[in-house]
Design a protein around this ligand. Sequence first.
Ligand SMILES: [Fe+2]
Length: 272
Amino acid sequence: MTDADPTPAAPESLLASADFPPQSQITKEIQDLHAEYERREAAGEKLPLTMHDFPPYRSSLLRHPTKNPKLVDPETIELHSPAFGQRDVAAIESDLTLQHSGEPLGERITVRGRLLDSWGRPVPNQLIEIWQANSAGRYIHQRDQHPAPLDPNFTGAGRTITDDNGEYLFTTIKPGPYPWKNHQNAWRPAHIHFSVFGSAFTQRIITQMYFPGDPLFALDPIYNSIRRQQDRERLISTYDHDLTVPEFSMAYRWDIVVDGPDATWTEPEGEH
Ligand SMILES: [Fe+2]
């Protein structure tokens, strides 16, 4: 390569191969599939919330579940599985900006919400765990090698227990979008991964929270593998100025509903 050559922003090995489909093709596939699902649903077909065979999500095609979930005896598994109580999780663990000697870079945010059941009742005393990329869109994970900086003051994992009102609160840094090589120049909308442990190990559910107004929503095969628009929108937090901490952090509210018709979408492993 000479000085006159355009220099790729990422090393050659990190760029998607030339035969990867472009975003325009993936977006068209998403739109066509959504239209098809709407037709099938209107014709009376019962469709799952998550479309496991969702070709635009290329990397999932060979690893989505093809068999029904294995039923386990809930009482037997409780003899061997972890259990959590209020005292097992320190209050400081919900603040992802305090885990190192310095302040992490990026936009400091408060994320707050309630864990609710299908009747809208709060679910107290539940372990909620989160993990996320840093403000530059980079995870501390050896498989994430894209050329964005790691932040020595940010690990990107935290946990808390819901209070008597089912409320949780995290202080963290707004994660950046990141490339993920599903197709040519594929970028994930900024998101925070959430795990809700439930009252038993077999109830654990995992999902993602997004931020309002993200321009990548329509382009993202993971977000769009959720069939219905209303289910997709339940994963988007709302900006809430009343929750901001003056001179300190912006704030987003996001409630999680664990079951019933208004349930928050969860990843397929958690589907029953
Ligand atoms: Fe992620």
